[in-house]
Design a protein around this ligand. Structure first.
Ligand SMILES: Nc1ncnc2c1ncn2[C@@H]1O[C@H](COP(=O)(O)OP(=O)(O)OP(=O)(O)O)[C@@H](O)[C@H]1O
Ligand SMILES: [Mg+2]
Length: 247
């Protein structure tokens, strides 16, 4: 079971998440959509504890933390580590380690965090590079790759940690349309493999294609969730207006 319950987060008096509760179905793709500034990224960052919620519960398949119960959050505590190990995040702007090669980027986490032997980490990284179509870039530097290639390395790096839950934050929004395709193909494949995925995207055609559930965010709250057809039925003017704007 994967869920967050009644998550609140405030930045400098700006109440960004106003009691967000969301069930994330295992082996399904959950797509978050909604206006800029509505708190989508903040929610993902609260799920993997890049941000600590002010209050609420994050529960990922047996690992759980509840915030705001009086005790200050322990960023480095065992409960936080247990939660973080379950998630892999792919960022809008790739965030590869610039001073490490492609291979170095992928093996760093498994060796340093999971304690995997180097030979095994390299073998697994090579298999992942094959999966994302970048075997020939094994020893390249991030700066010598296109944006689409960098994002595919970032996906391989996330997968190398064998996360239970994959989080994508607008993974193609920094890419030219022709580079977008190669990244979407890989995400499409991960969805088809029944990974548990939460993805923020403004690409409605892609959302329609992969989403088992669409979650519409507005002003720090979930306005509605459901299938694509339900979200697209025009019954909520705010959602209809937003979806029309993206078309
Ligand atoms: N670390 C931070 N410090 C201060 N304010 C923040 C921080 N992170 C996010 N915010 C604020 O929280 C609000 C929600 O931001 P968030 O990035 O979660 O929105 P979003 O829905 O992902 O928007 P977008 O579609 O533009 O990516 C914004 O007002 C933003 O300025
Ligand atoms: Mg965002």
């Amino acid at each position: 079971m994967y869920y967050v319950k009644d998550i609140h987060k405030t930045f400098d008096g700006n109440h960004v998440l106003k009691g967000v509760s969301l069930d994330i179905a295992e082996h399904k793709t959950t797509v978050l959509v909604g206006p800029s500034g509505s708190g989508k990224t903040t929610l993902l960052r609260c799920i993997n504890l890049l941000e600590m919620p002010d209050s609420g519960t994050v529960h990922l398949n047996g690992a759980e933390m509840t915030f705001g119960d009086g005790a200050p959050p322990k960023y480095a505590g065992s409960a936080a580590r247990a939660l973080r190990k379950k998630t892999g995040m792919v960022f809008q702007n790739f965030q590869l380690f610039p001073h490490k090669t492609v291979l170095g980027n992928i093996i760093e986490g498994p060796i340093a965090v999971l304690g995997v032997e180097k030979t095994q980490a390299v073998a697994e990284a090579e298999a992942l590079l094959k999966k994302v179509g970048l075997s020939d870039k094994r020893d390249a530097w991030p700066r010598d790759l296109s944006g689409g290639q960098q994002q595919r390395v970032a996906i391989a790096r996330a997968l190398a940690m064998k996360p239970e839950l994959l989080l994508f934050d607008e993974p193609t929004s920094a890419l030219d349309p022709e580079l977008e395709y190669e990244v979407l193909s890989i995400i499409r494949q991960l969805c088809a493999e029944k990974q548990t995925i939460v993805i923020i995207t403004h690409k409605l055609s892609f959302a329609q294609e992969v989403a088992d559930k669409i979650v519409f965010f507005d002003a720090g709250q979930i306005l509605r969730e459901g299938t694509w057809d339900e979200m697209n039925d025009g019954s909520v003017p705010r959602i209809a207006q937003f979806l029309n704007m993206l078309r």
